[in-house]
Ligand binder design. Structure first.
Ligand code: CS2
Length: 500
């Protein structure tokens, strides 16, 4: 039996998507399917994987169809969002990426290339001109970086048709639209002999980069899920995507050449995307990192196992309410108490099997989005963010364990581009304090401003030593005691001020 889509697959392509991973297939694809079943239109999606053949081959073997399994303790339900009209690997067919970007039928480009995919240097806060891939893209030839592909495609589009286009980042980055636009412009400006000028003028006239906040927890698929989904579907599906019931998409409505009616799937079009992004990246993602590192150190394989531990739940609650929430402006219409309760329900979804190893991976690029700003705000108010310091300590304990300390199998399995550099620091320092100093100040892993916060660095380092010498439970208790003391002080000050 063949897999059948829930509705007619569009015959023409209007969207080019870069980053054909599970998240895209359970998020934008599902919203696009809802839009098309509401109002059929030419918004088929051509999906591009950057290097991996596996997903592209499997998609073709299944006529570009796959199921999304919405998984919760009350059961599994399936949808088959038949919206893809093509799939290929950029590394194999780089010209094709440029050709699609130049094709006037393509009116929207969406991106899920992860925090790693933007060739951005946090040290210079510009395009990373030290990155060899990017340098090769600037020198000519087939572009291999995402920014190089976008810029080269836009150059050809400017020259051939000048048809308007929107580029929509769907990655967990602050102001992701403006960030993407800045990097594409920097690439075009860096081209020799004013070669990028025509494309820059085209960008001014006809290209928009709306920002968007995306949210849905999508774990890696498993063999068990493939078997279960195939039985429910009555057809073999080798690439089902598991996802939680919750889903959210807040988008800035600035599209140069139209867009699908994504509101049919529940997307919110708003001028407050920046607030949605802050809320999500700090409250959900920031706390998620804490749960993943503490959970892995406590031996939990999954996020629901970790949040079921009382002290991890207490630490999550304390960082969420005491350190992240004060740093955000809540978007209008959002009930923040309800949003936070939903977060605990989502993390507790035991049927999803979301692994601590998955969330803890790539901390060197993810944490930078999540922790520096709220930590700096707290420090600016004269408060020590003990639980954010504990997040950093958990990260360092998992990824850069000091000699003799075993962080356990879940931490050891975390992948991170900085692992090699972190390991050489860990091998050459006396203790946690020195490790934190080297990583935060010398490596500037969390940006330039946190690098000067000596008290914060000392607190994170002290917690690394506590984890190593006395265990993670003692470190959690210590950080919680610090934060309770701080809250007591704050409420006393508030009372004194009120009494004046
Ligand atoms: C997670 C996110 O892996 C991580 O770091 O925090 O992938 C999270 O599950 C998604 O952003 C949810 O929208």
């Amino acid at each position: 039996m063949m897999i059948r889509a829930d509705h007619a697959v569009p015959s023409r392509s209007g969207i080019l998507h870069l980053g054909l991973g599970s998240f895209h297939r359970a998020h934008q694809a599902v919203y696009t399917a809802a839009a098309l079943s509401h109002a059929p239109d030419d918004w088929g999606i051509v999906g591009v994987a950057s290097r991996s053949h596996a997903i592209v081959d499997a998609m073709h073997a299944q006529h570009l169809l796959y199921s999304v399994a919405t998984v919760s303790p009350s059961g599994t339900s399936l949808t088959v969002p038949g919206v893809h009209t093509g799939a290929f690997v950029a590394a194999q067919q780089p010209d094709r990426v440029v050709a699609f970007l130049a094709d006037p039928d393509i009116r929207v480009v969406t991106l899920t290339v992860t925090e790693n995919g933007y060739s951005y240097s946090p040290a210079t806060q510009h395009l990373d001109l030290d990155d060899p891939t990017l340098r090769a893209d600037l020198a000519g030839g087939h572009p291999r970086s995402t920014i190089g592909q976008l810029a080269r495609g836009l150059q050809v589009r400017a020259a051939l048709s000048g048809a308007p286009l929107s580029v929509l980042s769907c990655d967990n980055l602050a102001a992701n639209g403006a960030h993407t636009e800045k990097l594409v412009r920097e690439f075009l400006q860096a081209l020799p002999g004013g070669e990028g000028q025509e494309a820059l003028a085209f960008l001014d006239r006809s290209v928009t980069f709306p920002s968007s906040m995306v949210d849905r927890i999508v774990p890696a698929t498993t063999d068990e899920l493939k078997t279960r989904v195939s039985a429910l579907l009555g057809a073999r599906d080798d690439i089902p995507v598991p996802a939680e019931p919750f889903t959210m998409w807040a988008v800035e409505d600035r599209f140069a050449a139209g867009r699908p009616g994504w509101e049919a799937g529940g997307a919110v079009f708003t001028d407050e995307v920046g607030r949605y992004e802050q809320m999500k990246v700090r409250l959900l993602n920031g706390t998620h990192s804490l749960i993943a590192y503490l959970g892995a150190l406590r031996g939990s394989a999954t996020i629901p196992d970790a949040i079921a531990l009382d002290d991890v739940a207490a630490a999550a609650r304390a960082v969420l309410e005491g350190e992240y929430e004060p740093s955000i402006e809540v978007p209008s219409g959002v009930d923040i108490r309800r949003y936070e309760e939903q977060l605990f329900e989502r993390w507790g979804n035991s049927a999803l099997g979301h692994r601590t190893t998955q969330v803890g991976s790539d901390g060197s690029v993810k944490l930078r989005q999540r922790i520096p700003e709220p930590a700096l705000q707290a420090l600016g108010r004269g408060e020590m963010p003990h639980l954010i310091a504990l997040t950093v300590a958990g990260y360092l304990s998992c990824l850069a364990p000091l000699p003799g300390f075993d962080p356990g199998i879940h931490a050891t399995a975390m992948t991170d581009a900085a692992r090699g550099r972190l390991a050489s620091f860990a091998a050459n320092v006396r203790d946690g304090r020195e490790l934190a100093q080297r990583v935060i100040t010398d490596l500037q892993l969390f940006g330039t401003e946190l690098a000067h916060q000596d008290a914060f660095i000392a607190r994170a380092g002290e917690l690394v030593d506590t984890i190593r010498q006395r265990g993670v439970e003692v470190a959690i208790a210590d950080a919680l005691a610090g934060s309770e003391g701080r809250m007591l002080e704050t409420s006393q000050n508030t009372r004194q001020e009120a009494g004046r």
